[in-house]
Design a protein around this ligand. Structure first.
Ligand SMILES: Nc1ncnc2c1ncn2[C@@H]1O[C@H](COP(=O)(O)OP(=O)(O)O)[C@@H](O)[C@H]1O
Ligand SMILES: [Mg+2]
Length: 227
């Protein structure tokens, strides 16, 4: 089943003197269980694409449908339901709250999503090897651990699709491997659909589909033969 469709997606940014066309007619469908890696040079429009696909930004023309719902026409209540129940986000800079412990960072996300369940939080922290650090604050643990905590936070509302924008961009190579293996686990064990922007071609070995963007257009959309 197709969980996300982009149809002739265009996005421009306007300022007082000129319009910059960033996305120039993007078409693809994402199937349930895809682990898609989007690559492209800096400035090619990857973050803009992810923001448009996930409803964080509005599009200029074309359509984006998530679970068959057109993001341009759904009500704000439906959009908030999508965010709470169907979509998770992981960002390059982790975006954890510095004054909350790792446990509390996940807890607050679960409360906001009206899905607080202490046992589930502890189970996920255990599964992602964070349980011994649950009472630590973000600055007391490594970048890799912070990102794994951000992944647990994204997982806590049991989303269908997880969007990740360069989640290994700030990490050393060992932590990058740990974080990519965590995403692999989300894909294979938790059956999540993952749409990830990455700067690193090394990360292609973790996904099952590769989309390359050049200058706001898809120039490659290929299946990857990873287990
Ligand atoms: N909010 C914005 N306002 C104006 N221009 C933007 C905005 N966001 C992105 N851009 C421009 O869009 C282009 C693509 O940016 P981005 O999607 O961040 O690329 P990437 O993630 O591939 O590095 C860049 O030229 C950037 O300056
Ligand atoms: Mg970017």
């Amino acid at each position: 089943m197709s969980v996300l469709q982009a149809k002739n997606l265009c996005k421009s940014f306007k300022n007082s003197s000129f319009t910059q066309e960033v996305l120039k007619g993007i078409d693809f469908e994402i199937e349930q269980g895809d682990f898609i890696l989007i690559t492209g040079a800096s400035g090619s429009g990857k973050t803009t694409l992810l923001n448009c696909l996930s409803g964080l930004d509005t599009i200029t023309s074309g359509e984006v449908l998530i679970n068959g719902q057109n993001l341009a026409t759904i009500t704000s209540k439906e959009m908030s339901n999508l965010r709470k129940n169907h979509i998770g986000f992981v960002f390059q800079a982790y975006n954890l709250l510095p004054n909350l412990t790792l446990y509390e960072n996940v807890e607050i996300a679960s409360i906001i999503a009206s899905k607080f369940n202490k046992d589930k939080i502890l189970e996920l922290l255990t599964k992602f090897n964070l349980i011994d650090f649950k009472n630590h604050f973000p600055e007391q643990v490594s970048g890799g651990m912070q990102q794994r905590c951000a992944i647990v936070r994204a997982l806590i509302n049991d989303p269908d699709i997880i969007f990740a924008d360069e989640p290994t961009g700030n990490l050393d190579s060992k932590s990058s491997v740990e974080v990519m293996e965590t995403f692999q686990k989300l894909h294979s064990e938790f059956n999540k659909t993952i749409v990830m922007v990455t700067h690193s071609l090394d990360n292609l070995k973790y996904g099952n589909r590769h989309i390359q963007i050049v200058d706001g257009k898809v120039i490659k959309d290929e299946r990857l033969n990873n287990a």
